[in-house]
Design a protein around this ligand. Structure first.
Ligand SMILES: [Zn+2]
Length: 77
């Protein structure tokens, strides 16, 4: 897992009340990543998951039906 830092504003999340991890819709590449990790027994930060501070979490959670790249584009605009 990546250190918890908001993907949008780089705010560091000190405790879990500061925000949270959101999983977005899996793209084909995300499913490939999962399969690869399963095969090698590896762990890592899923490419379809990101941390968000409290401020951005509420917006981001509404977009988790989208792939992460599309959701981030909307959140940054
Ligand atoms: Zn933020």
């Amino acid at each position: 897992m990546k250190p918890p830092i908001c993907r949008i504003c780089d705010k560091k999340l000190v405790d879990m009340d500061d925000g949270g991890l959101i999983y977005f819709k899996k793209r084909p590449s995300d499913i490939e990543w999962e399969k690869r990790m399963e095969k090698i027994g590896g762990v890592g930060h899923p490419p379809n998951a990101e941390w968000f501070c409290k401020k951005h979490y509420n917006k981001a959670i509404k977009l988790n039906h989208l792939p992460i790249n599309e959701a981030l584009e909307i959140l940054r605009s």
